[in-house]
Design a protein around this ligand. Structure first.
Ligand code: HEC
Ligand code: HEC
Ligand code: HEC
Length: 285
């Protein structure tokens, strides 16, 4: 009898737990994370993006296989098939956890068909291989590119003696808002001194770009940003509030939003995947 009550209690508990999970299903999203062994085929563990380059080869080889099977050229077809086999099998040499995802049967069929010059058969096998490429890509392509190829801003050279990029960003936004508050409240001197601090902060940030953007020309602050800064300064001294607001808005787009659209977006996503929240954090939030 005692056992029976325990069973009922246990079932009830399971129903409640499943109920809670189901109720929150719209608020969480499950994603698959690629196996850790993939990391060795990307920077910083590897000098090159070996995984990605193997993928580019596969796409090219598939294209060649289609081309020569349509042209019915057995010899060239065989050449590309050998390369394709090597690179296809390399997928699971590199990441053994993905062994199950390989379509070895299709590969064997391709080889058989090539030997007997069954060109039509080859085209069909290529179609089904295409599908198997897509299956893995749906799960893992975007997350892999974000985790292993988005630039890592936590490691850029220090922006000043101690500030991290986040601290520097917080200083910049304070300076921008200080310019806005002081100009709106009729304190032009205060606005101008905040603007001059901001200019220095932008120069400092700009020095960090050249590590990756190796151009002769300085990309940040750009010429158009410098012109906007000069116009903003003039309008704080002599212009209307409307004009000041407009110039400050342009500056925020040129100096902040453009870079955020590329770098903050990918830096944030990268963090989301590489430093996922713990279960207890998720529940608390
Ligand atoms: C087991 C998983 C897996 C399989 C199977 C797979 N890929 Fe990929 N592929 C990936 C991942 C992960 C990426 C993302 C790599 C990156 O962006 O750095 C990728 C990226 C690519 C890209 C680059 C896409 C782009 O436009 O940037 C190409 C091309 C590609 N794969 C071709 C193929 C072909 C062709 C096949 C089938 C013959 C294939 N892949 C099978 C995992 C796989
Ligand atoms: C850690 C490396 C890294 C640093 C540091 C870096 N970038 Fe980038 N940036 C990249 C990569 C990689 C791309 C994408 C490829 C490309 O377009 O060169 C990119 C692209 C961009 C783009 C979009 C494409 C374009 O060229 O218009 C902008 C805008 C940009 N970066 C601005 C900046 C600014 C401004 C800084 C400095 C404040 C900076 N980046 C610092 C790596 C970096
Ligand atoms: C390199 C291009 C780049 C430029 C230019 C840039 N930012 Fe950022 N910003 C980033 C990146 C990357 C992050 C995310 C940093 C992180 O969390 O690791 C960020 C984060 C921030 C944050 C959030 C900081 C935090 O964690 O609390 C603020 C606020 C911010 N930026 C303000 C600005 C302002 C204001 C400007 C213009 C004056 C600006 N940024 C220009 C790349 C840039």
């Amino acid at each position: 009898m005692k056992n029976f009550y325990w069973m009922v209690l246990l079932c009830l508990l399971m129903v409640i737990v499943s109920g809670i999970i189901y109720m929150h299903k719209d608020q969480v999203s499950l994603i698959k994370i690629p196996p850790k062994s993939l990391a060795q085929w990307y920077k910083p563990e590897n000098k090159r993006q070996v995984w990605l380059h193997n993928m580019f080869k596969l796409r090219r080889e598939m294209q060649a296989l289609r081309f020569y099977s349509q042209a019915k050229e057995a010899k060239k077809l065989q050449k590309w098939l050998n390369q394709f086999s090597e690179h296809y099998l390399k997928i699971f040499e590199m990441v053994p956890e993905w062994n199950k995802k390989l379509d070895r049967e299709a590969l064997a069929t391709l080889q058989n068909f090539a030997q007997v010059s069954n060109f039509q058969g080859i085209t069909k096998v290529l179609d089904s291989l295409d599908e198997s490429c897509k299956l893995c890509h749906t799960d893992y392509r975007a997350i892999t590119a974000t985790m292993y190829r988005a630039p890592d801003f936590s490691k850029i050279e220090k922006l000043s003696s101690s500030a991290s990029i986040q601290e520097h960003m917080k200083t910049l936004i304070k300076q921008i808002n200080q310019v806005k508050i002081a100009s709106e409240d009729g304190m032009p001197d205060h606005a101008l001194s905040s603007l001059s601090d901001l200019s220095k902060g932008l120069e400092l940030l700009g020095e960090s770009c050249s590590g990756c953007h190796k151009k002769d020309r300085k990309i940040y602050p750009s010429d158009s940003m410098s012109q906007t800064l000069a116009r903003l300064k003039q309008s704080i001294k002599f212009g209307t509030q409307k004009k000041q607001g407009e110039e400050l808005g342009s500056l925020a787009v040129q100096a902040c939003a453009r870079c955020h659209a590329t770098h903050r977006l990918s830096a944030d996503s990268r963090k989301l995947f590489l430093e996922p929240q713990s279960l207890s954090e998720l529940i608390r939030h």
